[in-house]
Design a protein around this ligand. Structure first.
Ligand SMILES: [Zn+2]
Length: 69
């Protein structure tokens, strides 16, 4: 089942749901419950996008976080 990205037109909340294509018309905002949500375009190929190294979440004292401190 595909994952669709949505943005609430009421409060601006962005969220993603894994629903079928026929259920997209009855999506409601999980933040305010509004039905005024707009589907966003999902980006499948992130290779062409700017490559950024995602560091894993570590607590204070992580050697990777200590840069020019
Ligand atoms: Zn909302």
């Amino acid at each position: 089942m595909p994952i669709f990205d949505f943005a609430c037109q009421d409060c601006g909340k962005k969220f993603d749901l894994m629903i079928s294509n026929k259920d997209k018309d009855k999506v409601t905002c999980p933040e305010c419950g509004s039905s005024q949500v707009k589907q966003l375009l999902s980006v499948f190929n992130t290779a062409s996008r700017g490559s950024k190294t995602e560091l894993p979440s570590c607590s204070v004292g992580c050697p990777a976080a200590g840069s020019g401190g």
